[in-house]
Design a protein around this ligand. Structure first.
Ligand code: APR
Length: 305
């Protein structure tokens, strides 16, 4: 298996490390900045003797090295700075993403492409349009990260092990996310049966703000430990040929009454990409919120120059 990670910044570098340590195949880390991927890979290679583990990882500034990859992860782009919304990033990252996807189209047209660059749902749809690959092979990592954040905050609030929590978040990654208390389970019990509406809403607001909270603490750059773990989970599922239901930014074609947009929904993921959109039985309010979020994404997509 050949797995390429484009963008060797915080998220890409750490993703490459996790994938190499998982022993999933040959990992190629690529960055436009001269020496960055090479430097990180030299450092990563040096961990092998300490970890008593062999892996094959290559760092390069030559995009041609992604040729014939089975999986390509795109983290190339600018990260959010304090005070900047994901949408502020839109046009800068759209330009980068377009250039990267044209290269993937030429060099690795049979790959499964996982988009990480923000604003995630818009970049995923743009990638699908530029790549022209089947839409089940091009999708984005976003809401599993939001769900992980929701789970962590619930765990702290209720003093329950995070492993006992299955958090459910759909919608747009970031400001438009829709954490769903009815579908979120704590030791098998729906969250809305355990805590009141107000407390649930408080946790939801904290989840919305988690990315910004991290950006504000860091001062420069944005989150990368949890994002890289979320990417590694997706890549591992595909590479090991497992099948798993998890949240992805996926193209909808009528599901939930939504068309022509990429948005975070629960999907069945397997070795060939998205096998199926798993439609949750949303109530009227939840469905309206998801549809509203999809309409906003469509409007924002028109802003891409
Ligand atoms: N080809 C390859 N790499 C590129 C290109 C390109 N055309 N353009 C930019 N890059 C590289 C930059 O050189 C940089 O090293 O992308 C890297 C981005 O790294 P960081 O700035 O550290 O950003 P990071 O925190 O990794 O986030 C990357 O993921 O979570 C999202 O919002 C985040 O969109 C951002 C992306």
């Amino acid at each position: 298996m050949k797995i390429s990670v484009i963008g060797a910044g915080n998220v890409g570098g750490l993703t490459a490390m996790r994938l190499a340590q998982e022993g999933l195949g040959d990992i190629f880390l690529v960055d436009i900045a001269k020496g960055l991927a090479q430097g990180k890979v030299c450092d990563l290679e040096d961990t092998q003797a300490i970890l008593k583990s062999n892996f094959n990882i290559i760092g390069t500034d030559d995009i041609n090295e992604i040729r014939d990859s089975d999986i390509v992860v795109v983290t190339a782009g600018l990260a959010r700075k304090p005070g900047m919304t994901r949408e502020d990033l839109l046009n800068k990252n759209a330009q980068i993403l377009k250039a990267v996807c044209l290269n993937i189209k030429t060099l690795a047209a049979k790959s499964i492409v996982i988009i990480v660059t923000n604003p995630l749902d818009l970049m995923t749809r743009l990638a699908q349009q530029v790549l022209g690959l089947p839409v089940n092979k091009v999708f984005g990592m976003g809401i599993t990260l939001d769900a992980a954040r929701f789970a962590n905050l619930i765990s702290k609030e209720l003093n329950v092990a995070v492993t006992q929590i299955e958090a459910c978040v759909i919608g747009s990654h970031g400001e438009g996310m829709l954490p769903l208390p009815r579908f979120t389970k704590v030791s098998g019990e729906p969250l809305d049966k355990i805590i009141g509406k107000d407390k649930a809403q408080e946790l939801i607001v904290k989840t919305f703000d988690r990315g910004k909270e991290i950006v504000a603490f860091l001062g420069s750059g944005s989150a990368y430990f949890a994002p890289s773990a979320a990417i590694a989970e997706i890549v591992t599922t595909i590479a090991k040929g497992d099948s798993q239901t998890l949240g992805l930014s996926a193209y909808l074609n009528g599901e939930y009454g939504i068309k022509d947009v990429c948005i975070g929904v629960t999907c069945r993921l397997g070795k060939n990409g998205i096998e199926k959109i798993v439609e949750l039985e949303l109530n009227r309010e939840e469905l309206a919120a998801l549809q509203d979020c999809a309409s906003k994404l469509k409007e924002q997509f028109k802003e891409i120059k």
